[in-house]
Write a protein that binds this ligand. Structure first.
Ligand SMILES: [Zn+2]
Length: 473
């Protein structure tokens, strides 16, 4: 069975087949952060979802090129600069660095390309020129350039590929900004916004006059520059379907005449404690807020990965406590396997991995897959106990190594496993070695003092037949 995904474009579940005739290479674009603030947990749901898609495609043998843009010029950013009395790069640099730090905390793989909008102004300008040349964009009296939905549809193109649109009501609820008064139709959107006094120093020269790019055109220009006019996957939160993604399609197909993206994947909304996140309700959390409450990146990642991407997910503090308990069960099982396996090596259990893969092939059915993983853990735990005194050690070691290899393969997708070697900081390891040396020298008082020091730093020593092991309290 091959991977099946829900494509927003066809509104149906489809077999995934990359554009690459060899079926190997996959181009994947996920709309990245607008760097004017710290990303909140709803944003993180989308990025963890994108990471899952990438890791699973890699698991299935695809060579993925993962692109995630950084929107570093935008209305909210300009407002932020004005308020903070700082420069564009100083302002966005801080939030961009925080974003990538948080991405790492959540153990998301770093995208291969992280293009910034401000570094692609020439590409954006040339795309706008193409749209002007093809007659689907127009320059307004105020110097801004707009995309004309009417002219685009007049060429036989389809505006409304992701969403069925009622053109009479379209964008009626959207606030028309005062600097957009020159639009021919309320549905049209800005490709280039002419320089306004409140923009301060944030403007670029262009053949259409000084100004800055609209948000939608950034993604079209950067995705097509890196992945080509047509590529496989475009991801984002469902709030981006309209107008952002619809406009990306119109701009890209309007300029190239080629189909833009084969599969559109959208992650559903996230509620916090049953309600839409809002600062006034006190349920608005950035990743940093949750870390400050004592939760870890892997607990948050695990919780986000328990819900299917197309389901509205209710993120709760209770859920995070549940994540802690679930991860402890995994850790305990993996630790026991490591101890039994020792230096033994073995291949993965392919029959179990096949069940695991079948489950994820089904539109990334993570809840069903976790069910299989925990059933596997139950069976492994049972066998560890059952075999302890009845099976020769070498047989048990090979069996345990096989289970570990199986878990590591699964965790290459989930990314929630504890990396045993790297979790002990070097200074703690040094203390452990000093304590061992003291014991060898029969300086037991000193050895006990070091044990006490380790405990104060949050680590306990467990003496096992294979030597001392450190465990985090
Ligand atoms: Zn985008």
């Amino acid at each position: 069975m091959g991977l099946k995904l829900f494509n927003t474009l066809s509104r149906s579940i489809q077999e995934f087949a990359p554009l690459d005739p060899a079926g190997k290479k996959v181009g994947m674009y996920c709309c990245g952060p607008t760097v004017y603030d710290f990303a909140h947990i709803g944003n993180w749901r989308t990025f963890v979802f994108a990471d899952l898609v990438r890791r699973y495609l890699e698991f299935k043998g695809h060579a993925v090129t993962h692109v995630m843009n950084v929107t570093d010029v935008e209305d909210k950013i300009i407002k932020g600069i004005r308020e903070a009395k700082t420069t564009l790069h100083e302002f966005t640099g801080k939030y961009e660095a925080a974003f990538f730090e948080d991405l790492k905390t959540l153990n998301c793989l770093e995208p291969h390309h992280k293009p910034r909008a401000t570094e692609h102004i020439p590409e954006i300008i040339s795309l706008i020129e193409k749209l002007l040349a093809r007659g689907v964009a127009y320059k307004a009296a105020d110097g801004s350039v707009y995309f004309s939905i009417e002219k685009y549809r007049g060429c036989g193109c389809n505006y409304g590929q992701l969403l069925k649109l009622n053109f009479d009501e379209m964008r009626a609820g959207e606030r028309v900004k005062s600097d957009e008064y020159a639009k021919e139709s309320v549905a049209d959107f800005a490709l280039w916004k002419s320089r306004a006094p409140e923009d301060g120093d944030v403007f670029w020269s262009s053949p259409f006059g000084e100004g800055r790019p609209g948000w939608h055109i950034e993604c079209s220009a950067m995705s097509m520059k890196i992945l080509g006019a047509s590529f496989d996957l475009h991801l984002g939160g469902e709030d981006l379907i309209f107008p952002h993604h619809e406009d990306e399609i119109a701009q890209s197909e309007g300029a190239t005449g080629k189909p833009f993206v084969k599969y559109w994947l959208h992650g559903a909304f996230l509620l916090v404690e049953g309600k839409k996140m809002s600062k006034s309700l006190g349920n608005f959390f950035t990743l940093r807020d949750l870390l400050a409450k004592g939760f870890t990146g892997r607990e948050i990642r695990y919780l986000l990965l328990t819900a299917h991407y197309r389901e509205t997910f209710n993120f709760t503090i209770e859920g995070l406590h549940g994540a802690k308990a679930a991860l402890a069960r995994i850790d305990e099982c993996v630790a026991k396997l490591r101890e039994i396996a020792g230096d033994a090596n073995a291949d993965e259990d392919n029959s179990f991995l096949q069940q695991f893969e079948d489950s994820l092939d089904d539109d990334l059915n993570v809840s069903g897959t976790w069910g299989k993983v925990f059933e596997w853990i139950r069976q492994v735990n049972r066998k560890i106990v059952a075999d302890e005194h009845s099976v020769p050690y070498s047989v048990r070691a090979t069996w345990a190594a096989r289970q570990l290899a199986t878990w590591n393969r699964m965790d290459s997708i989930f990314g929630v496993g504890l990396k045993s070697e790297t979790t002990v900081p070097p200074e703690i390891q040094v203390l452990l070695e000093m304590r061992e040396a003291a014991r060898w020298a029969k300086a037991f008082k000193q050895a006990d003092a070091i044990r006490g020091e380790l405990k104060a730093k949050g680590w306990v020593i467990e003496d096992t037949p294979k030597g001392p092991k450190l465990k985090k309290i």
